[in-house]
Design a protein around this ligand. Structure first.
Ligand SMILES: N[C@@H](CCC(=O)N[C@@H](CS)C(=O)NCC(=O)O)C(=O)O
Length: 220
């Protein structure tokens, strides 16, 4: 069975979402972020991103990690591209060109959207109020206008970025766009992006994993 090492309140959510959408059997092995523990190092600390056993799988010390038989991978988006190619349609693909398009949109999400949208998440939600900087939100909203215009145009034909159906590309983009939702103004002027992210979050697989996520203690 495919194993995802991580927690729902992390980028492991991208992998869990994909596995649910693909209907593949999997289990989540809880590995918590070290920064959430007072002391991650003692032998009796919960399994965390500084545990020697975890560092042996991913020396970078970050979740998620995936194990599928002999294949061990880190980097959430690389894991999803692997699963999409390995297990195929309809959420993945066996086709080389479609695979390349999945990679194109995944890299666009990771490089053009996530670095900005995560600033919104940090500065509107995750940082302690005294450390939040609203100027960083304003800057991120402005910087997202170009990538959101690109995505809005790409959604015009079929409502999806690739293949006219829900795929791994939707997951990569939706998980990076989600971080900007605490600033609704970021989506003003991009009606297709707004309708698309709402449709992504109306999917049964999403609702199921979010219910699991809610059971975990919130990040503070
Ligand atoms: N680019 C990596 C980022 C992984 C990452 O930053 N993971 C965070 C949780 S979302 C983490 O493990 N932080 C814990 C730590 O740094 O100790 C990916 O997409 O997998």
């Amino acid at each position: 069975m495919i194993e995802i090492f991580g927690v729902y309140r992390s980028r492991a959510l991208r992998n869990i979402w994909l596995l649910e959408e693909m209907g593949l059997p999997y289990r989540v092995v809880p590995v918590i972020q070290a920064f959430r523990l007072p002391d991650p190092l003692p032998a009796d600390a919960p399994f965390n991103t500084r545990s020697p056993e975890f560092l042996a799988m991913n020396p970078a010390g970050s979740i998620p990690v995936m194990r599928d038989g002999d294949v061990v991978l880190s980097e959430s988006l690389a894991i999803n591209l692997y699963l999409a190619r390995r297990y195929g349609p309809p959420v993945g693909t066996n086709d080389l060109v479609e695979s390349a398009k999945f990679a194109q949109w995944t890299l666009y999400a990771a490089t053009e959207i996530e670095p900005r949208s995560i600033q919104i998440l940090f500065n509107r939600v995750q940082l302690p109020p005294a450390q939040r900087d609203e100027a960083k939100v304003t800057e991120a909203v402005a910087a997202l206008r170009r990538p959101f215009a690109v995505l809005d145009a790409a959604l015009a034909a079929t409502g999806h970025p690739v293949g006219g159906r829900f795929t791994v590309a939707d997951i990569a983009l939706a998980e990076c766009v989600r971080y900007c939702l605490p600033a609704p103004e970021a989506l003003e002027g991009f009606p297709r992006v707004k309708a698309w992210i709402e449709a992504c979050h109306a999917r049964p697989a999403w609702k199921k994993i979010i219910a699991e996520r809610e059971k975990e203690p919130a990040l503070s």
